[in-house]
Ligand binder design. Sequence first.
Ligand SMILES: Nc1nc2c(c(=O)[nH]1)N[C@H]1C(S)=C(S)[C@@H](COP(=O)(O)O)O[C@H]1N2
Ligand SMILES: [Mo]
Length: 324
Amino acid sequence: MLTRSRRGWELPESAATPESVWFSRRRLLAAGGAGAILAAAPGAGLLGRAAMAEEEPIAAELYPAPLNEAYELDRELTDPELATTYNNFYEFGSQKNIWRAAQALRLRPWTVTIDGMVEEEIVIDAEDLIRRMPIEERLYRLRCVEAWAMAVPWTGFELSALVDFARPLSSAQYLVMTTFEDSSQAPGQRQFWYPWPYTEGLTMAEATNELSFIATGVYGEPMPRQNGAPLRLAVPWKYGFKSVKSIVRFHFTDQRPVTFWEEIAGQEYGFWANVNPEVPHPRWSQATERMLGSDEKVPTQLFNGYGEFVAHLYDGLDGERLFM
Ligand SMILES: Nc1nc2c(c(=O)[nH]1)N[C@H]1C(S)=C(S)[C@@H](COP(=O)(O)O)O[C@H]1N2
Ligand SMILES: [Mo]
């Protein structure tokens, strides 16, 4: 990402735990999603550090949720310690080690507003919303535009279920999702040169694609703050910056939004941001990626490997900058 000081890809990866420590756990995870290991060791909790904040987790009774086996991985799950300590969440700082600072985020109350081109505006508590949704676990990949990647078991619900709940008007063309804004909890938001709050958007066709997912947990536990509690988007065929965290608003509109990174550097980070190894970032190649916990570079895939689900969404959009 573009920052005023050091750039993201130059940062030291000091958050890394030696992979060997996690080897047996990772093998277990690879064997059957997080649900399996939690069932084997009830209460053990993979995310010990993440659970340090004192509040009751949101809708804790829903975890672990049943695995939806439709979404297969071609790689091992990422070590949970890495996925929860190596993060991008600029609200808490522009370096990767913000997990500790993110514990300041208060999750109760968490009010979600669903508005814009809808039959009726809905204001609902996040826990209430989550309990109404069809919760399941999915194994998804995430490819950051900075060329690191991970594979994690998210828990959550298909975004299309929220769209149904929202009852948008047929004239709605985009769904805009916005992160909380409160600089007393999120010191990064005092950096006034960023266009807070973090905003992202999808076309309605993207938002209702079966892959679009609102994650409420990871590794069979409620979502750690640093990964975007209580609700974060997961759109695995797009660069990671599209997967907006800690959402407070779902807004339906016929206007294409200017998103957070697009506003900062629109020539580098656009609205579509579909993964494509053949379209380099203006400042680096996107041909390969590094999985967290490994030094090896592996080939990046078109649509991050999810083309069978989403390639058709872009038919006839050749004039658009679909891959940045
Ligand atoms: N609100 C908000 N959402 C965000 C970001 C952010 O800085 N703020 N970073 C994005 C980027 S660049 C990536 S790669 C992913 C990282 O998600 P993770 O920390 O759970 O791996 O979150 C995305 N969502
Ligand atoms: Mo990213």
